[in-house]
Design a protein around this ligand. Structure first.
Ligand code: AMP
Length: 330
C-alpha cells in the first residue's frame, strides 16, 4: 500500500469522483459483509463529503443477515447511467456483478482484491494481497482524509467488511496495515458489542444444523474435508441459502485437513462449491470448475454429483502433492 503507483491510482479515482454528479456503486451477487460494507461505506463517505452529488448503491439482491447494516431499495433499472460514474467493488468479473446495468455508465472503475483474471473498466485499483475491499476503502478515505469525511456510520460499515472478510483478522492477508486501518475505524466509536452480536449470534436451530454437518462431513485419504448440504438438509433445518453456505466454516479447524469443501444445492439444480484452505492454494482448482477467487478462498459450480466427486478427487490429489513436497503445515 501507498506505493507511488497506488497513490497515483487512488488520486485518479478521487479525481473521477469529483468530476461526476451521479455515482452508482455496485458489488457482487450474494453479498457478504465486505461487499455490503464497502459499497455502502464508500457511498456514505461520498454522501457526507459531497452532499450535492447523487450517490446511489443499486444492486439486484440483498443479504438477510446484513440487513441490520443496509438494504438496497434503488431499482438498478430505474437509473439513468448516461452521465454517471460507475464503481464496482469486490467483484472479480462483470459476470458476477449484481447490477449488470452498471456497464452503461459513462466511465467505470473497478476496485477489487481478487486475482485480476478478467480486468474491466476504464480505471482499475486491484490489490489481491489485501484482506478486504473495506480495508482498501478505509485506506482511500484515510489517504485523502483532508478531503473525504468519515463518521461512525461509515466506520461501522467498513469495519464490518474488514472483520468478516479477514475471518476476525485471522487469515494470512491480515497485516499491520489491516490492524492500523481497523484501529483507525474503531476510533470513530463503533458499538462493538452490538455489531458482533448482529454478525455472529445464531438461532438455536442453526446449532442443530451445525451438529448435523459435523455428523455428515467426510474426509478423503489425504485430508480433504467435505460436506454436501443437499436440498433435504436445507429443508429439514429451514435454512436460508446463506446459512446453508456457511457450512464451509464449520470445517476450518481440523488438523491435517488443509482443504475443506462445502457443496450446497442451488434451487436451479446446480451445486455451489465453496473451497477453503490453509497453506495450499485452491484458486486454480476452482478455475478448473469454472470458478475462481483467492488462494485460500474460492468458489465454483458443479452440475452433478459425479462432477462433485471429480472435484473432491482433484482436491485430494492436490493435497497429497502439497503434503509430499512441503513441510511445516498443520
Ligand atoms: P465463496 O465461497 O462463494 O464465498 O467464494 C470465495 C471467493 O471466491 C469469493 O471472494 C468470491 O468472490 C470468489 N468466487 C466465488 N465464486 C466464484 C466464481 N464462480 N468465479 C470467480 N470467483 C469466485
Amino acid at each position: 500500500m501507498n506505493t507511488e503507483r497506488n497513490i497515483r491510482t487512488k488520486t485518479a479515482i478521487l479525481e473521477k469522483i469529483k468530476e461526476y454528479d451521479t455515482i452508482v456503486i455496485a458489488r457482487h451477487q450474494r453479498p457478504d459483509g465486505d461487499a455490503i460494507g464497502s459499497s455502502h461505506g464508500l457511498a456514505h463517505i461520498l454522501r457526507l463529503t459531497y452532499p450535492q452529488k447523487r450517490i446511489i448503491v443499486a444492486n439486484n439482491d440483498n443479504s438477510e443477515y446484513l440487513a441490520f447494516l443496509e438494504t438496497e431499495e434503488t431499482d438498478p433499472d430505474s437509473i439513468d447511467y448516461t452521465n454517471a460514474l460507475g464503481i464496482v467493488v469486490d467483484t472479480a468479473g462483470l459476470d458476477r456483478v449484481a447490477n449488470p446495468n452498471i456497464t452503461k455508465s459513462k466511465e467505470l472503475i473497478k476496485i477489487d482484491h481478487h486475482i485480476n483474471v478478467t480486468p474491466f473498466g476504464d480505471l482499475e485499483w486491484v490489490e489481491d494481497d489485501i484482506s478486504s475491499i473495506c480495508e482498501m476503502i478505509a485506506d482511500f478515505q484515510y489517504t485523502f482524509r483532508d478531503e473525504l469525511k468519515c463518521d461512525r456510520r461509515a466506520a461501522t460499515l467498513l469495519y464490518t467488511g474488514m472483520v468478516t472478510d479477514s475471518g476476525r483478522f485471522k487469515y494470512a492477508e491480515t497485516n499491520g496495515n489491516t490492524l492500523r486501518r481497523a484501529g483507525y475505524l474503531l476510533d470513530f466509536g463503533i458499538d462493538m458489542q452490538r455489531l458482533y452480536a448482529n454478525i455472529y449470534l445464531e438461532d438455536f436451530n442453526y446449532f442443530k444444523f451445525q451438529a448435523n454437518v459435523f455428523d455428515k462431513m467426510q474426509i478423503t485419504p489425504n485430508g480433504v474435508a467435505y460436506v454436501y448440504v443437499d436440498k433435504a438438509m436445507q429443508e429439514l433445518f429451514h435454512l436460508s441459502r446463506e446459512q446453508a453456505s456457511n457450512s464451509v466454516e464449520f470445517m476450518n479447524k481440523i488438523k491435517g485437513s488443509l482443504i475443506w469443501l462445502a457443496f450446497i444445492d442451488n434451487p436451479d439444480g446446480s451445486i455451489r462449491v465453496r473451497l477453503r484452505s490453509r497453506f495450499v492454494t485452491v484458486d486454480r482448482l476452482a478455475n478448473k470448475y469454472g470458478g475462481g477467487g483467492h488462494s485460500n478462498a474460492s468458489g465454483a459450480t458443479v452440475h452433478s454429483t459425479q462432477e462433485m466427486q471429480a472435484l473432491i478427487s482433484d482436491a485430494d490429489k492436490l493435497l497429497a502433492d502439497y503434503k509430499a513436497n512441503n513441510t511445516g503445515w498443520l
